[in-house]
Design a protein around this ligand. Structure first.
Ligand SMILES: Nc1ncnc2c1ncn2[C@@H]1O[C@H](COP(=O)(O)OP(=O)(O)O)[C@@H](O)[C@H]1O
Ligand SMILES: [Mg+2]
Length: 274
């Protein structure tokens, strides 16, 4: 579990994170959602230590990151996997070299041991046989899967994914979302996913944190999000008329006004205002 306590971060006098606290659960996909510019990436960078918060604490399973010395921080970094926006693969390196990179950086494993582990994770992300390919030869979804393989190659306890679906079509996004969720549950990882994709929210949102202008505006599950009355959250998630209608239907259903499909058909066919 990662405990975030009252973190604040400003850049040149602009408050970007305003006293954000959260508990990020183990074995779950913790989703951080919000409009572009709401502070999701800065939040994630504060969690992994790429940015130093101005105040507040980030506690990894009881160990405060802010209070660790350099050696302790390095130990925690070994337990963190990151899937960067745009995958961030080395273009001049093959798939297997890309995936091997963290092993070479953090372990003293022999080449044989490293290859064994690389092949294990490539199999896990369904990329058997892609070892010798270069990133330019891969589709967007395959690149993300290489990124995931690299992020999990050191068996992380914590996994951070910043906009894992950016640039992917909805079907491929679903494959990536499910893979992240399966891996999270299989290895009991504390996973944090930044996204503004509502499909992901409904697919893998075990625990959702909604950020608005640097503040945690709302927090809950994917079931709760549908019924939430938080106005800012509703504006964000029900941005389209179609989704607003869908939400109204869910509300009527919950209130017992729609109790079966026949009623729903009548409403749709009669074009009655909801
Ligand atoms: N290194 C930086 N220096 C100054 N401002 C930054 C820096 N990184 C991010 N910001 C600002 O912080 C705000 C939130 O950015 P970000 O966390 O990237 O948003 P999101 O990921 O939700 O789209 C933006 O206004 C952005 O311009
Ligand atoms: Mg971002």
């Amino acid at each position: 579990m990662i405990e975030v306590k009252n973190i604040k971060k400003s850049f040149n006098g602009n408050v970007i994170l305003d006293d954000v606290s959260a508990l990020l659960d183990t074995g779950k996909c913790n989703l951080v959602i919000g409009a572009s510019g709401s502070g999701k990436t800065v939040f994630m960078k504060c969690l992994v230590g790429l940015f130093q918060p101005d105040s507040g604490e980030v506690i990894y399973d009881g160990h405060s990151f802010t209070e660790m010395n350099i050696a302790e921080k390095k130990d925690i970094r070994k337990e963190i996997g990151m899937l960067f926006q745009g995958s961030a693969l080395f273009d001049s390196q093959t798939v297997e070299k890309n995936v091997m990179f963290p092993l070479s950086m953090f372990t003293k494993d022999t080449v044989g041991e490293k290859m064994k582990r690389v092949n294990e994770v490539l199999e896990r992300v369904n990329l058997v046989g892609a070892n010798k390919k270069y990133p330019a030869e891969l589709s967007g979804g395959m690149k993300k899967r290489v990124g995931i393989a690299r992020a999990i190659v050191l068996n992380p306890k914590y996994l951070f994914c910043d906009e894992p679906n950016s640039g992917l079509d909805p079907q491929t996004s679903l494959v990536i979302d499910r893979l992240i969720q399966e891996i999270t549950q299989e290895y009991n990882i504390t996973t944090v996913v930044n996204t503004h994709d509502m499909n992901s929210v409904m697919e893998i949102g075990d625990h959702i944190i909604y950020m608005h202008k640097g503040k945690k505006e709302w927090e809950g599950t994917k079931k709760e999000i549908i019924y939430s009355k938080n106005e800012l959250l509703n504006e964000f998630i029900f941005a389209s008329e179609f989704l607003k209608d869908a939400k109204d239907m869910r509300m009527l259903e919950a209130a017992g006004k729609i109790d079966n499909d026949r009623n729903m058909d009548e409403i749709i066919n009669n074009d009655s205002p909801l």
